[in-house]
Design a protein around this ligand. Structure first.
Ligand SMILES: Nc1ncnc2c1ncn2[C@@H]1O[C@H](COP(=O)(O)OP(=O)(O)OP(=O)(O)O)[C@@H](O)[C@H]1O
Ligand SMILES: [Mg+2]
Length: 249
């Protein structure tokens, strides 16, 4: 059922005044938008087109950056028009904010640079050969070290008050043998009273357990024990500033 999309006030104004179109822009138009709103000075190419966003390699002055632009609408097979993709504009600001907290706490994430409306720029994770590959596409040389570092990264994120709700070998890049966690758009901010701490903590627990189980299964192929026992409880205890949870040993 078509309904009203979430839009920044500035985007709503542009829609009303007819200066942007009420449909999903094509990739070239998305790239043009990035240039228009001053996020980048040159778009070099596409590096990913996920379900919800287009990801570009670009230049901002003389530094390489990655620009991620969330789509505002999603087309549905069942209805002909564009339908609301719930809170897509909001996802860009959420992801940008969470990256900021994570980066400030030295968690292994790309440094966030700038945001405008539904798009933002961040550090390019990669080198002259291109973007760092996703974990799922990589053969690790030192899987046990990588697993340990990844667990430390998840812990760093939690200390920053961030719990990733979609952590899998798709959203972990392997950069010079080290993990970099990306795609925080649906992450949880666990350190703030947006919702009651009980709800936040139980959501965080579910997300952590799910992520750790997915990763444990991934590392099983290397015969690397991915020690998850007690980790969820320990991380939750760390982020539970209000002392509302119970954590079985
Ligand atoms: N900072 C970055 N540096 C290098 N590559 C990146 C960076 N951010 C994203 N990418 C690449 O772009 C792809 C898509 O990024 P991301 O997962 O954030 O978007 P998405 O739209 O949520 O994708 P999906 O729906 O496939 O999960 C990543 O898998 C990765 O290969
Ligand atoms: Mg992704």
């Amino acid at each position: 059922m078509p309904n009203t999309p979430y839009l920044d006030a500035s985007v709503r104004w542009k829609l009303k005044s007819g200066s942007i179109a009420f449909r999903e822009p094509r990739t070239a138009e998305v790239a043009a938008q990035l240039l228009d709103n001053g996020l980048v000075t040159e778009v070099l190419g596409t590096i990913g087109a996920g379900k919800e966003a287009d990801v570009f390699l670009a230049r901002d002055g003389n530094r390489l950056v990655v620009a991620k632009s969330y789509r505002l609408y999603r087309t549905s097979n069942r209805s002909r028009g564009a339908v609301k993709a719930d809170g897509m504009g909001h996802l860009a600001s959420r992801e940008f904010e969470l990256l900021g907290y994570a980066w400030a706490h030295r968690a292994p994430v790309p440094e966030p640079f700038q945001r405008e409306e539904n798009a933002f720029t961040m550090e390019f994770v990669g080198d002259g050969d291109g973007p760092a590959p996703q974990l799922r596409r990589t053969q690790l040389d030192a899987p046990a070290d990588f697993a340990r570092e990844l667990l430390r990264g998840i812990d760093d994120l939690a200390h920053a008050g961030v719990v990733h709700t979609d952590l899998s070998p798709f959203n972990i890049l392997v950069h010079r043998g080290h993990p970099v966690i990306i795609d925080l758009g649906k992450g949880l901010r666990v350190d703030r009273l947006g919702a009651s701490p009980w709800i936040r903590l139980s959501e965080a627990r579910t997300a952590l357990e799910h992520a750790l189980e997915t990763l444990r299964r991934y590392f099983a192929r290397y015969d690397v024990p991915f020690e998850t026992e007690g980790i969820t409880a320990q991380i939750l205890r760390d982020i539970d500033r209000f002392g509302v949870g119970t954590y079985p040993e």
